[in-house]
Design a binder for this molecule. Sequence first.
Ligand SMILES: [Zn+2]
Length: 549
Amino acid sequence: MKKFFYLFIAVFITELSLAQTEVRQVEKLKAAAALEVEKNAVLGQQINDMLFSFSELGFQEYETFNYLTTLLEKNGFKIQKGIAGIPTAWTATWGSGKPVIALGSDVDCIPKASQKPGVAYHDPIVDGAPGHGEGHNSGQALNIISALALKKIMEKEKIQGTIMLWPGVAEEVVGTKAFYVRAGYFKDVDACIFTHVGNNLGVSYGDAGNNGLVSVRFNFEGAAAHAAGAPWRGRSALDAVELMNIGWNFRREHLELTQRSHYVISDGGDQPNVVPSKAAVWYYFRERSYPNIKKLFDVGIKVAEGAALMTDTKFTYEILGSAWPGHFNKPIAEAMYANIKMVGLPAWSTEDQLLAKASQIELKAPKTDGLAVKLDTLGLPTPTGPINVMGRQLMAMGGGSDDIADISWSLPTIVLRYPSNIPGLPGHHWSNAISMATPIAHKGIVYGAKAEVMTLLDLLLKPEILANAWTYYRTEQTKELQYTPLIGEKDNPAIYLNQKIMTEYAPKLKQYYYNPAKYKTYLEQLGIQYPTVRPDQKEAVSKLEAVKK
Ligand SMILES: [Zn+2]
């Protein structure tokens, strides 16, 4: 018996030291992978600057599509084009067998957000053109340089697994991810790491505190008539649109405080002397949970019915996009955060900080202390309902949406945020493009890619993380609420969106496409001095810094 005991101890000690050696081995590989990422920094800068110069709106990311798929194909990835019936969507896979890890990031930009990078005031590259005022030009650069670093390590060390890169096409209209899920592209995927630009290196888990949404266009149809000669014979579809909006704005007072709803009139008729026989209004209905999004949508349909009744018009509606509220995986977020702590934040130059502070002052940002110098803590779950904190009822008040949530409700997923943008800017705005093709963005990508590649190695080499991730997904996240798509079976991706705008602006933007064969950076190509700040901005920054000292 005693002998048996010693044997047990011996086995235990061997296993322990084996485990320790394995841990040391993983840490060594992580350091090697981080070095590989650094070697890929120029490629990251080029991908970032290239996508910035394309400035393509959702569903029209054709240049981005060609550039990225060609690049990945050259690097040995197997490409599938036009997935889920979306011409600009693709997957790029490399490796074999399990686990399968997906790496995604959005690629589309914002209407009317054209802006010269590195310039701390409004100065568009092409006036009125779309621009990367959300920084979606950077995430693929991060994923690609981390995937290439990982590939090198996997080849050398003969590590099994498959990486699948994919783009968030048309995220600004939350137009594709639910369709990817419906078409089965994530069916065999074990985990997904999504990257999104931010102003710190961070990750969170649990309820993200944001809203999901359904994006719906209401099409009204009436009857045309001479607006002066025989107006009584007309039935104005535009009247219906206006009355729907009035109705909605009255009803707004009696909706949950967590809702966000907004609209644009996407068709208001053609000319005043023709009673508009057709008109359309496009709504986003946002709420904190799937059942509440459905309820809000039902109210919208009722209000549209009322407007049609008053104007004697007819209406139809179509879903143009959807997103669930975000919920992210705890074990993977914890693994990522441990790596984030090892990577830390980039060292910003005086020029980076000057650009950031001048931009913050220009935009009247709530804080004007420049770029982040302290790491964020791990983001914790937001309470889904009201909670009592020291006698006060607190709850998450909702906010924006991202259809990555449709993937995060289908398999363990996290979002890595990386510091390529300036804190405190309005968002979906030209100013959010200022940093996006500058050293700020470039450094953020490299630091994000290091944290990502290290986490990828964790997922490939420590099977317990994936096992725990699925346990969390099954027993906590989806215990009471399972994913039901907001899109119907007959809904199709709205791939025609933004066609007109891009037909107008793509030829104008073309002359500014980045040429890395000729110029080291896009800043150099545009002849922009880094940073470009007005004398009054420079003075304001100096004053600010003097006060702090
Ligand atoms: Zn975004």
